[in-house]
Ligand binder design. Sequence first.
Ligand SMILES: NC(=O)c1ccc[n+]([C@@H]2O[C@H](COP(=O)([O-])OP(=O)(O)OC[C@H]3O[C@@H](n4cnc5c(N)ncnc54)[C@H](OP(=O)(O)O)[C@@H]3O)[C@@H](O)[C@H]2O)c1
Length: 333
Amino acid sequence: MSTRNKRWILASRPTDRVEESNFRMMELDVPPLRDGEALVKVQYLSLDPYMRGRMEEVKSYAAPQPLNAVMVGGTVGEVIESRHATYRPGDLVVGMGGWQQYHLTDGTGLRKVDARHIPASAYLGAVGMPGVTAWYGLFQIGRPRAGETVVVSAASGAVGSVVGQLAKFHGCRAVGVAGGTTKCRYVVDELGFDACIDYKANGAREAFEIATPEGVDVVFENVGGPVFDLALARMNTAGRVALCGLVAGYNGQDISLQNVRSILVNRLTLQGFIVSDHMDLWPEALADLSSRVAHGTLKYRESIAVGIESAPRAFIGLLKGENFGKQLVKVQV
Ligand SMILES: NC(=O)c1ccc[n+]([C@@H]2O[C@H](COP(=O)([O-])OP(=O)(O)OC[C@H]3O[C@@H](n4cnc5c(N)ncnc54)[C@H](OP(=O)(O)O)[C@@H]3O)[C@@H](O)[C@H]2O)c1
């Protein structure tokens, strides 16, 4: 009997907020394997803010997600059938399998991973693209020195949680910005940041001043808008800004800045980056991150939605801050 595959396709492009109706579920048979192909049964799907950008037909660093095609997405899963020279049934692989239960692959972009010391799901988070993003932006752009103050927004999330912990390992003062007391408490008590500012609370500006008594040397920006403005107002001379994301504006919200003057008077260096432009550094970053996760020194948290059916709802929640840590979908239930 053939294997049935449930998948989500992009049915329409959002005008501002993403709606569940922008996606459509399809169910079809997995076609027979051809020479050079392997079939992967997806265990976890990664949901990431970049997917919002792909849903629009605008100029960006990557081509838009085509309509009526399976939604793009990183996955980890097990090879269950193979006519590929490199992959054998039982291999655990990370790839871009998309929002579906099974994916047929010719091996392009596929990477074997080992779940003996690192859980499979972590290869989509702290030991995957978000972790490398944190590592690259902090060390290649932020270039912090021991004793400096590093601020990171979306601090409890997949990228931000790694940034602050790496900054601490490096001897810096790590200050997070996150939405709500529960996330902020986690960032300080569990992840070991020195302070965390709840940007949704009254008095966030004063709290930021108290948390950064020596000013700010490095900003790792994930959010944009008023959250970014808080940090810009505290920058020291010759500070660095690693502009990683602007999630506060992904649904079309206004993220204009008030404190642009800080870039001039403090002679800041501000650099945007896209982690996939730097594949040459991924092996070094992954070696560092995987060793820290395997030894339990680099911590992470996951929000796991259950069943492929839950992907659109979980994705919409991610864009509203409903996730707490790396947002995943457990595809096989
Ligand atoms: N440049 C690159 O190569 C690259 C690669 C990966 C990720 N990124 C970017 O890195 C950022 C973090 O990604 P992630 O995967 O780690 O996601 P994440 O932090 O795990 O989840 C997104 C978080 O963003 C915050 N957020 C969502 N909507 C917001 C809004 N309207 N205003 C303020 N905060 C909002 C929420 O945290 P709070 O509840 O704390 O507000 C939410 O939990 C994103 O901007 C993403 O696009 C960039």
